[in-house]
Every structure is written in structure tokens, then in C-alpha cells.
Design a protein around this ligand. Structure first.
Ligand code: ZN
Ligand code: ZN
Length: 412
């Protein structure tokens, strides 16, 4: 069946990259894995590599799309305000005890598109609340963590609706393998080289100390002020447990925190944004004093406006990221309907929450200090693409001096 459409050698290499580069799983370190059921072939390889690397106990939690849909169809209404908090408390405890975290993504991004949006929102809220203690340990980098992807048939058919299931899975598998650099002879070495390149870019940007970036392209003339004491990051990160991990596989971006109050001008999206089962296309926004004061979209405008109303920070920026137009994901020309891939295809900005690690000494800053330096806060963090082969970016210094950063979508 579909699993046989996937090259077993590359699948094994992906598992090896996840353990050695994604996590650098330590001797004796326990591992918590979450995955869709369809991804069992990858989870089996991951588990094998985890034990071969000398890891501790590997524990996997599977979810199943059919079971998720059964809940929306048959579960009592009050269950949508609840989540399995006991499970997430257990995960938080595992991380507090030093376990690493690996998430396999690959679910159908449109799974819930036909379900009652208010039930989806309630279930998301209950889940976010229950998950918070565990998620904080991950997003604060208390531990080494990683996300890799598996070509679930339901996701593959979303991207290639015109193909048979086997052909769709094969094509998505190849795209994931290329983007994850496991199509190279020595993927582990390829990742070391890629990480070094991303570090060089971030280091250069950190040395420039730009106070703003100016984006120019079709429908875009946008000045993104950068937060005071911002720091650029990209590629591997050192977690607080001392382990160097690559949280996202793939990753192509270098990114930092914009100033929540210093964004001016207009921006147009260069790729559709897939948000909880809705496609939002041709986004056009105007910023004043950091806030979006006008927003339009040719498709999904009502959903976009609802997103912007989530809270005060939802109409301000929490991230700006640079990705060359020649990145392997961009070169694939595919829309993956999955942020992990789509945000690595083009330069992007994100509405909502900023990353505390994108400040100099960020780990020690309080939320009030982060706010004072211009960091945005919100319940949401939604990336959308404004980069293309036609976009130029200048770095603007405090005295107004300009330095070319991108020309025609590539590093200048
Ligand atoms: Zn990003
Ligand atoms: Zn982001």
C-alpha cells in the first residue's frame, strides 16, 4: 500500500538525521515521541536509531485522524471544553526530568475544515491551556527538541489531488526528503554545513545592528523596525540542558524579533496562507505604528479579520525571517499547507507572539522587559510569506545608512 511508495533507505536516513542532528539525543536520555498513526514506519526507524545512539526509554503517543473526526461527529458538546490534561502533565514531568521531545508532523491540514469552527476553537483553547506547562519547556528550550515530517496519505492527497494515492505519497515523500537534505550522500554532514551557513548569516546580521529592514517588491513597501537588543537566530540552537539541537527539519530561515510599535507601510503576501483548514490568499495589509490598520484578502478575508481580532498583539508582528528564493523548498514550487515547510520557502513575517530567545540575553529577560524592548505578545503566532524572486531588502542603520541585504530574493 502507500507506505511501499516511500523509499525505505531515505526514510531511515530521515530517522537518523532526526536523532543525530534534530535532537543529538544523549546517552541515557529518555525520548517522548508524538506522531500520526500513519507515520508508524518512520517512528519505528526513529526508535531504532534512538536506542542505537544509547538513548534511554522511548515512549510514543499516536494520534489517529479517524478518531479525531469521530469526536467531532459523536462526542458530547461539553467534551470540547476539555483536554487530557493528565497526559500533558505527564509530558511536562518527563521534560522536567530531562527527556527530549520529538514530534512527527504529517496530519491532513484540512482535516477539520468541514467541522463546526466554534467546536474547533473550543477544543484548541482547551488543548492549549492543558498543554501549556509542557509546551513552555519546549518553546523555552529547557530541553532538546525536534519536528520532522512524514508523508501521510491524507496530507499527500491534499497537495496532489490529481494523483493516485501512491503517486501522491511518493511525490510528497521525495519533497520532504529533499527539503530535509536526506537525499544527499551524507545527510548528517550536509546538515552540519547548512547549520554553519545559517550561523554565518545570523552572525553577520547581528554585527550590523540594523534598526530596521526595508522590504520592496510588488505590492510591498514595508519598513520593519527591529526590537531593541534583538538577536538573529538560524539553524541549530543550544538548549538550556546544553545540547545543540535543530528544532525544525527542514529549516532555511534566519529570524529575529521586530519592534511591535515600529512597523510602517504596506505588505502583500506572495503565497497563500493555510490557517486551520482555510486558505487565505492575496493578503494586503497596511501598518501604522506597528499595527495593522487595514487588511484585505481575495480569499478567506473574514477568517483573516477574525485572526487579527484574537487579541491586542494579533495585529502586530512577532517575527521577521529571511529565506532565499533559491531554498530547496521554494525551488519545489509546492504549497505544502504546512508552516514547517511553507515558512521556509520565502521571507516571512509573523503576526503575534515573539520569541524571547531572539533578544540578547533573552533567556533572562522578564515578559515586562521583553515588552519594553519592543517584543510583541499574543496567543497566536502565524507566519505568512512576503518574499519572492522580486523582493529587495535593505538593512537600515540608526543613522539612516542603508546596506543591501537581499537583491531579487537572494542574499546580496
Ligand atoms: Zn519563521
Ligand atoms: Zn514563525
Amino acid at each position: 500500500m502507500s507506505a511501499s511508495a516511500i523509499d525505505p533507505v531515505k526514510l531511515e536516513k530521515l530517522a537518523e538525521v532526526a536523532i543525530k542532528i534534530g535532537l543529538d539525543l544523549q546517552k541515557g536520555q529518555d525520548l517522548v515521541v508524538t506522531a500520526p498513526m500513519a507515520a508508524a514506519p518512520l517512528v519505528r526507524e526513529i526508535t531504532k536509531h534512538a536506542y542505537k545512539a544509547g538513548g534511554g526509554l522511548v515512549t510514543t503517543f499516536y494520534n489517529d485522524e479517524v478518531v479525531t473526526l469521530a469526536r467531532y461527529e459523536h462526542a458530547a458538546d461539553d467534551t470540547f471544553d476539555r483536554a487530557a490534561s493528565w497526559l500533558y502533565e505527564g509530558m511536562a514531568k518527563a521534560y522536567a526530568n530531562g527527556a527530549a521531545r520529538l514530534a512527527v508532523s504529517g496530519d491532513n491540514p484540512m482535516l477539520l475544515s468541514q467541522q463546526d469552527p466554534s467546536k474547533v476553537a473550543r477544543a484548541n483553547r482547551a488543548m492549549s491551556t492543558a498543554y501549556k506547562p509542557a509546551l513552555e519547556k519546549i518553546s523555552n528550550f529547557d530541553i532538546n527538541w525536534n519536528i520532522v515530517s512524514y508523508p501521510n496519505p491524507s496530507w499527500a492527497r491534499q497537495i496532489f489531488p490529481e494523483l493516485s494515492e501512491d503517486d501522491a505519497v511518493r511525490k510528497l515523500a521525495d519533497a520532504i526528503f529533499a527539503a530535509s537534505r536526506v537525499d544527499r550522500d551524507d545527510p548528517v554532514a550536509a546538515w552540519r554545513e547548512h547549520n554553519a551557513a545559517l550561523h554565518r548569516r545570523s552572525k553577520w546580521l547581528n554585527e550590523q545592528r540594523f534598526s530596521a529592514l526595508h522590504f520592496r517588491g510588488p505590492g510591498t513597501d514595508l519598513t520593519v523596525g527591529l526590537a531593541d537588543g534583538h538577536e538573529w537566530h538560524g539553524g541549530a540552537s543550544v538548549a538550556k540542558n546544553g545540547v545543540t539541537c535543530n528544532p525544525n527539519i527542514p529549516t532555511e530561515e534566519v529570524f529575529t524579533t521586530p519592534h511591535a510599535l515600529r512597523v510602517e507601510g504596506v505588505a502583500s503576501s506572495t503565497k497563500p496562507l493555510s490557517h486551520q483548514g482555510t486558505l487565505i490568499d492575496d493578503i494586503q495589509v497596511r501598518f501604522e505604528g506597528g499595527r495593522i490598520v487595514e487588511a484585505k484578502a481575495s480569499k478567506g478575508e473574514a477568517v483573516l479579520k477574525k485572526v487579527l481580532e484574537t487579541d491586542e498583539g494579533a495585529s502586530r508582528l512577532g517575527e521577521v525571517a529571511l529565506v532565499p528564493h533559491s531554498s530547496p523548498i521554494s525551488a519545489s514550487g509546492l504549497l505544502f499547507y504546512n508552516t514547517l515547510f511553507d515558512e521556509n520557502a520565502a521571507c516571512h513575517i509573523a503576526l503575534g507572539q515573539c520569541y524571547s530567545k531572539c533578544f540578547v540575553g533573552g533567556a533572562d529577560l522578564t515578559p515586562d522587559q521583553i515588552k519594553a524592548q519592543g517584543g510583541n505578545s499574543s496567543l497566536i503566532h502565524i507566519d505568512w510569506m512576503i518574499g519572492s524572486g522580486e523582493v529587495d531588502i535593505d538593512g537600515v542603520a540608526a543613522d539612516g545608512t542603508r546596506t543591501p541585504v537581499f537583491r531579487k530574493g537572494e542574499w546580496a
